[in-house]
Design a protein around this ligand. Structure first.
Ligand SMILES: N[C@@H](CCC(=O)N[C@@H](CS)C(=O)NCC(=O)O)C(=O)O
Length: 223
């Protein structure tokens, strides 16, 4: 019997859901996963009466109610502290970059929406200055974390795929599908490691099984 449930949106598109789902799976919570097809533009009626903020991801676990991806990541780290690095200074950086992802990078998020079905190609309109600035900042964060803290493995803070990687996993998906320019070799290797992580393979496989009538023109028609 499950200890609760995690509600997520269409896996093809829902970048915030991916973050919450990764944290829940990494922590090994035994919860049912309910997928709700998103309507696009924040107008998914079924969510408005479901979660306190009308959004996914949304977690119920042993009587606790948790919404918002970063809160879910923190809740999961209470169950499994290894989701953050053990070293205090590394952990401070991991939390900071996870928070920076959560509150920032608006240009990348709006110009390059996650669509796991998109073939690897740049947007027809190219990359504007704000998007390139976000890409450069993310490249710096990844390169810095990998160089300073990640030497003993393939992820930002080493061998373990943790909360910081979970927060950036949808960015990896975007950077791959929009074939973004200007990334260091270190970032490119990191993206490949994230893409090949078993949980990411699972997520992509599940997304590929979603009914095609869940596809949204607003994302599919992006040239
Ligand atoms: N800050 C929130 C953002 C969550 C969010 O915007 N989720 C989107 C799906 S990716 C959503 O639920 N939108 C509402 C809707 O489709 O009605 C978080 O980190 O979880």
């Amino acid at each position: 019997m499950a200890d609760g449930r995690l509600v997520i949106g269409t896996q093809r598109y829902s970048s915030w859901s991916l973050r919450g789902w990764l944290a829940v799976r990494l922590a090994g919570l035994t919860v049912d996963i309910d997928v709700i097809p998103l309507a696009g533009g924040g107008r998914t009626a079924a969510l408005k009466t479901l979660s306190p903020n009308g959004c996914v991801p949304y977690l119920e676990h042993h009587g606790a109610v948790v919404w918002d991806s970063l809160s879910i990541a923190e809740y999961c780290a209470e169950q499994d502290p290894d989701l953050w690095p053990a070293d205090r200074c590394a952990r401070a950086v991991a939390r900071s970059i996870a928070a920076e992802m959560h509150s920032g990078f608006h240009a990348v998020r709006s110009a390059l929406p996650m669509n796991l079905g998109r073939d690897k190609r740049p947007p027809a309109a190219g990359f504007d200055e704000d998007v390139l600035k976000d890409i450069a900042r993310i490249d710096t964060l990844w390169t810095d974390a990998r160089t300073r803290f990640g030497q003993d493995g393939a992820f930002l803070f080493g061998a373990a795929f943790g909360n910081a990687d979970a927060m950036f996993a949808p960015v990896v998906a975007r950077f791959l599908s929009y074939d973004v320019p200007g990334l260091s070799d270190i970032s490119r290797q990191y993206m490949e490691a994230v893409r090949q992580h078993p949980l990411m393979r699972d997520w992509y496989a599940q997304a590929a099984q979603e009914p095609t009538d869940w596809h949204l023109d607003v994302y599919e028609s992006l040239a």
